[in-house]
Design a protein around this ligand. Structure first.
Ligand code: PHE
Length: 383
């Protein structure tokens, strides 16, 4: 990483700083460096008066020397050559920095720098004597501003969905992102010839190991581990051989739902998902189930919810259709139960799989999935 000495010698353009936010960060870093160097000096102390003066002068010169001090270099290299649009920000930041720098003047430093720091910690004090005070803190110094983080929108969406199912008595299960082809495909009834197993769709580690393409393999792992009855949701990262664009990402997030018990029917699936949609999008939404196909559920369905923005009238969010596609689902295939070690004559179950990123995009009205993964604070701090 480039040190401050080096940064103040470059222009903003050379540092790649080209907007107001970048300028603010750079100055924040500069100010933090000044505060840290000052605090370090003071906490070390000085053994005697000449040494104290020497140390204070060195720090003062480093920052405030007319020739070659950090501040004059900032003036010379950041402020003066700054373009018209950035100059006001740089000027403002520079002035703010200058309000701090009097605390780097020699007299101020000398005043704050304790003599004999090392020797001032005797372990045993004679009775009745007064313990030496710690170095006085300068309470007039401006405080350190620490920017607060926030919950990532995908995590926030995931937790909201988890909460609804936790309230219904489901628990949260996890599984590996690097998965065997057995769990990712075979155990889920996905035949060798299925197109999703192709190199063009799936990221292979080797011929028997993949980056899981969905959270469904954890269905089998959980059945093996716990048996029936089973009520779980499985959040996690999944991977597909997709080029990134506004609706695709090679890494994305799913939540799988799985309920296995005696006498579980499609009516349970419909009731649960309808309840879920109403909790998440509001009481007035309706759900729609259409037939579909997945090798690991039979029958299979696609679930859509009436648009929570326009109430089904047609708008930008639902692309004028009145409906928003939510997930795939179905009754767990008897062979899949068997593969998980559960007797399909005694137990039945339902499952669903939904895309968390897509949910977050719909709910927060975001039109580009890439925004979630670029780490741009200007996007993230809106949540
Ligand atoms: N695993 C399916 C997918 O990724 C979704 C799904 C899960 C469908 C469970 C049905 C049941 O597309």
């Amino acid at each position: 990483m480039m040190g401050m000495d080096e940064k103040v010698r470059k222009t903003l353009a050379e540092l790649g700083v080209n907007d107001a936010q970048g300028v603010e960060w750079l100055f924040a870093e500069l100010r933090k460096t000044a505060e840290r160097e000052r605090a370090e000096l003071i906490s070390r102390g000085a053994p005697d008066q000449p040494q104290r003066e020497r140390l204070c002068k060195a720090l003062r010169d480093r920052w405030l020397a007319r020739k070659g001090g950090f501040l004059s270099q900032v003036d010379e290299n950041w402020l003066k050559p700054a373009g018209k649009d950035l100059k006001p920000v740089v000027g403002r930041q520079f002035n703010e920095l200058r309000r701090f720098t009097p605390s780097l003047e020699i007299e101020k430093l000398v005043e704050a720098l304790p003599l004999q720091q090392e020797a001032s910690h005797p372990t045993e004090l004679p009775l009745g004597s007064v313990a030496p005070r710690p170095a006085p803190r300068d309470l007039t110094l401006p405080g350190l501003r620490r920017p607060l983080g926030s919950i990532h929108p995908v995590t926030r969406m995931q937790r909201e969905i988890e909460d609804i199912f936790l309230g219904l008595g489901f628990w949260i299960e996890g599984g590996p992102e690097i998965e065997s082809t057995y769990y990712n495909f075979d155990a889920l009834n996905i035949p060798e010839s299925h197109p999703s197993r192709d190199d063009w769709d799936t990221l292979y580690i080797d011929s028997k190991t993949v980056l899981r393409t969905h959270t469904s393999p954890v269905q089998i792992r959980a059945m093996e581990k716990y048996g029936a009855p089973l009520y779980i949701i499985i959040p996690g990262k999944c991977y597909r051989h997709d080029n990134p664009d506004s609706t695709h990402s090679p890494m994305f997030h799913q939540i799988e739902g799985l309920a296995i018990d005696e006498d579980i029917t499609f009516a349970d699936l419909k009731g649960t998902l309808d309840f879920f949609a109403k909790k998440l999008f509001g009481e007035k939404v309706r759900t729609r189930f259409q037939p579909s196909f997945f090798p690991f559920t039979e029958p299979s369905g696609e679930v859509a919810v009436s648009c929570f923005v326009c109430d089904g009238q047609g708008c930008r969010v639902c692309k004028e259709s009145g409906w928003i596609e939510l997930m795939g689902c179905g009754m767990v295939h008897p062979q899949v139960l068997r593969n998980g070690g559960i007797d399909p004559d005694k137990y039945s179950g339902w499952a669903f799989g939904l895309g968390v990123d897509r949910f977050a995009m719909v709910k927060y009205d975001i039109n580009d999935i890439q925004l979630f993964f670029q780490g741009d604070v200007r996007f993230l701090e809106q949540f």
